[in-house]
Design a protein around this ligand. Structure first.
Ligand code: AMP
Length: 192
C-alpha cells in the first residue's frame, strides 16, 4: 500500500496517517517531522529550513525531495508507506512519480481530507493549547500569523495537487470534518 494523504494544515493528516500506519503496517513518512528533526540536530537541512518553517512558508522542493528520496531507500519503506505532508507542490508530485517510477512502482491512492477553513484555525489553536497543557513546547508555526501563511501556501501551491491526482485517477476524497474514528472508517472504505 503506497499512500499519500493530502489536506490543509490542521485537516488531521497526522492523526489519520498514524491510524493507517497501524492498520496497514506501513511507515508514516512525514516531511514535517523529518524537517523538525533536522532543525533539532542543527544539520544543514535544518538550518536551511528553520526560518521558512517558523514563518509558515514552504521549504524548497530540492530539500524535501532529498529527504523523501533518502527515506524511501530505508528497508521499512520498501513494502509501502503513507506520506503525510509530501508532496506539497506539483514539482514534488512529479519528483515522487519519478522516484517511484525508477523502481517500477506507483502510488496506490491519494486520500484528500476536506475540511472548512474556520475549523482548521480552531484545530490548530487547540493543538497549541493542548501542547502547553501537557508541558510540551507548541510548534513554532502553530500560531495565527504562521497559520495564515500556511493556509496561503496551501491554496497557492498544494491545492492544485487534487486535480493532478484526480486526472491520474488516483484521488479519493473524504469528509475530514467528522470525528476522527468516522474519518478513519471512511478512508478505509474508500480504499477498498
Ligand atoms: P507539517 O508538519 O506537514 O505541517 O509541516 C510543517 C512545515 O514544514 C510546513 O509548514 C513547511 O514549512 C515544511 N514542510 C513540510 N513538508 C513540506 C513539503 N513537502 N514541502 C515544503 N515544505 C514542507
Amino acid at each position: 500500500m503506497r499512500l499519500v494523504i493530502l489536506g490543509p494544515p490542521g485537516a488531521g493528516k497526522g492523526t489519520q496517517s498514524q491510524r493507517l500506519m497501524r492498520e496497514f503496517h506501513i511507515p508514516q513518512l512525514s516531511t514535517g517531522d523529518m524537517l523538525r528533526a533536522a532543525v533539532k540536530t542543527g544539520s544543514d537541512v535544518g538550518r536551511a529550513a528553520q526560518g521558512v518553517m517558523d514563518a509558515g512558508g514552504l521549504v524548497g522542493d530540492d530539500i524535501v525531495v532529498g529527504c523523501i528520496r533518502e527515506r524511501l531507500r530505508e528497508p521499512d519503506a520498501r513494502t509501502g508507506f503513507i506520506m503525510d505532508g509530501f508532496p506539497r507542490t506539483i514539482a514534488q508530485a512529479v519528483a515522487l512519480d519519478d522516484l517511484l517510477g525508477d523502481e517500477r512502482l506507483r502510488l496506490t491512492a491519494v486520500v484528500e481530507l476536506l475540511v472548512d477553513e474556520d475549523l482548521l484555525l480552531d484545530r490548530i489553536t487547540k493543538r497549541a493549547d493542548e501542547a502547553q497543557r501537557n508541558g510540551e513546547t507548541p510548534r513554532a508555526d502553530d500560531n495565527p500569523e504562521a497559520m495564515r501563511k500556511r493556509l496561503m501556501a496551501y491554496r497557492e501551491s498544494t491545492l492544485a495537487l487534487s486535480n493532478f491526482y484526480y486526472n491520474q485517477n488516483r484521488l479519493v476524497t473524504v469528509d475530514g470534518m467528522r470525528d476522527a474514528d468516522r474519518v478513519t472508517a471512511d478512508i478505509l472504505e474508500a480504499l477498498q
